[in-house]
Design a binder for this molecule. Structure first.
Ligand SMILES: NC(=O)c1ccc[n+]([C@@H]2O[C@H](COP(=O)([O-])OP(=O)(O)OC[C@H]3O[C@@H](n4cnc5c(N)ncnc54)[C@H](O)[C@@H]3O)[C@@H](O)[C@H]2O)c1
Length: 335
C-alpha cells in the first residue's frame, strides 16, 4: 500500500512531535510544511532533520495552488485557525488529524462533523490521552460496570501556564479562543466526558482570569444524566510544571490517576480499589500510535477513537462554562 501523503500545517512546538513520529513511521510521507513564519520553519527543520528538503508554504491556500499532491493534514496551528483550515481540507476531500481543541465554537465543530461525514473523510482530534494505557484501563473498568454504579468524578490539570505563555498567541483571545481551559484544560475536559460516557445536563462554573485577557483558573461542577456529579479544575497559575489528577468513584470501587509532575506524558499511575481491596491493573493493552490510528481509520480498519463528536462535546462544555461564569456561576444547561 502506498504511503499517506501528509502536510504539516503549523510548524511550531507541538508539530515537532507529529513530524518526528510521521518521519519514523513507514506508512507516511511528509510532502509539505505550512507556516507563515520563516523563523519557525527554519527552527522546525533543525528539530526534525527528516523534513530538511520538504517544500514549505506560508499558507494552506498557497500549498493547494502549487498543486501539491496531499492526502491528509496535521493541523497544529493556534486554536481559532483550526476551523477554517480543517473545513477547507475537508472540502478538498483530505483527511485531518487536528490538534485540540477541534474548534473553540461548538457550531464550528458541528459544521466540521457534518462536512466530514458528507465528504467521507476522517477527521480525528489529537486527544492523546485516549491512547494512553492508564486512561484506557480506567475507561474500560467504568464502561464494563467495574465500579458498580458511577457516582462521582473529579478531574484536574495544572500548569505554570500564566507565566509560560505570556506574550504569545495563547493569551490573545482572537487566536486562542480562550485560555488554559481551551489549551491543556481541553484534554481533561475530554477525559471527564469520555470516562463518564453520558450526556452533560448542567454546568456551574467560576473562572478567574488572574489579570490575563483569557481564563487562567476554572472550577466547574458538571452534572451528568443518571445523577453522576463531576468536577473539572483547571489551574493555570500553578507554581510547578504540571499537575494531573483524576478520581472516579462508584458504588463498589474507586479509580485514581496521578501524573508525575516532572514527566507528565504517559507516566500516569492508575490505582484501582474494588470493594476496598487494591486491584493491580495488569497487562494494560498497548494502544496504537495516534497517526497509525488515523491511518487505520482512513483505511476502514478501525473506528475513529477521537472523532469530531469529541470536539463538539468539549466545545459545548467549554461554552457552557464561560456562559455560567459570565452569570456569576449560575447553573446553566449545556447546548
Ligand atoms: N496535544 C498536545 O498535548 C498539545 C501540546 C501542545 C500544543 N498543542 C496544540 O498544538 C497547536 C499549536 O500549539 P504549539 O504549542 O505548537 O504553538 P506554537 O506557537 O509553538 O506553533 C504554532 C505555529 O503555527 C504557525 N501558524 C500561525 N498561523 C498559521 C497559519 N495560518 N497556517 C499555518 N501555520 C500557522 C505559527 O507560525 C507557529 O509556528 C495548538 O492547537 C495547541 O493546543 C497540543
Amino acid at each position: 500500500m502506498s504511503r499517506l501523503k501528509v502536510a504539516v500545517v503549523g510548524c511550531g512546538g507541538a508539530a515537532t512531535g507529529h513530524a518526528l513520529a510521521l518521519a519514523n513511521l513507514a506508512d507516511f510521507e511528509i510532502v509539505a510544511l505550512v507556516d507563515p513564519s520563516e523563523r519557525n520553519l527554519a527552527s522546525f527543520r533543525t528539530r526534525v532533520p527528516a523534513v530538511a528538503d520538504v517544500p514549505a508554504y506560508d499558507d494552506v491556500e498557497a500549498m493547494y495552488d502549487a498543486g501539491v499532491e496531499v492526502e491528509a493534514l496535521t493541523v497544529v496551528t493556534p486554536h481559532t485557525l483550526h476551523h477554517p483550515i480543517v473545513l477547507g481540507a475537508i472540502k478538498r476531500n483530505l483527511h485531518v488529524l487536528c490538534e485540540k481543541p477541534l474548534t473553540c465554537d461548538p457550531a464550528h465543530a458541528r459544521e466540521i462533523e457534518s462536512a466530514a461525514a458528507t465528504a467521507g473523510v476522517t477527521v480525528m482530534v489529537r486527544y492523546q490521552r485516549r491512547f494512553d494505557p492508564a486512561y484506557r484501563y480506567m475507561r474500560e473498568v467504568i464502561a464494563s460496570g467495574g465500579l458498580g454504579e458511577l457516582r462521582s468524578i473529579m478531574v484536574s490539570v495544572g500548569q505554570r501556564w500564566l507565566t509560560n505563555t505570556k506574550g504569545t498567541w495563547r493569551q490573545d483571545p482572537a487566536l486562542s479562543g480562550g485560555g488554559m481551559l481551551m489549551d491543556s484544560g481541553s484534554h481533561l475536559a475530554d477525559m471527564l466526558l469520555w470516562l463518564v460516557g453520558k450526556p452533560v445536563e448542567t454546568v456551574s462554573a467560576l473562572v478567574d482570569n488572574a489579570g490575563s485577557p483569557v481564563d487562567i483558573n476554572t472550577a466547574a461542577t458538571v452534572s451528568f444524566a443518571g445523577g453522576v456529579q463531576g468536577q473539572l479544575h483547571v489551574v493555570g497559575d500553578l507554581a510547578t510544571t504540571w499537575m494531573e489528577n483524576v478520581a472516579v468513584s462508584g458504588t463498589n470501587g474507586l479509580l485514581r490517576y496521578e501524573a508525575d509532575p516532572q514527566h507528565p506524558w504517559r507516566t500516569g499511575r492508575v490505582v484501582h480499589y474494588r470493594d476496598g481491596e487494591l486491584v493491580q491493573p495488569v497487562n494494560l493493552p498497548e494502544p496504537p500510535e495516534i497517526h497509525e490510528a488515523l491511518l487505520a481509520t482512513i483505511r476502514g480498519e478501525a473506528v475513529n477513537e477521537a472523532p469530531p463528536a469529541a470536539g463538539i462535546a468539549v466545545a459545548e462544555l467549554s461554552e457552557a462554562i464561560y456562559r455560567s461564569a459570565g452569570q456569576g456561576g449560575a447553573r446553566v444547561s449545556v447546548r
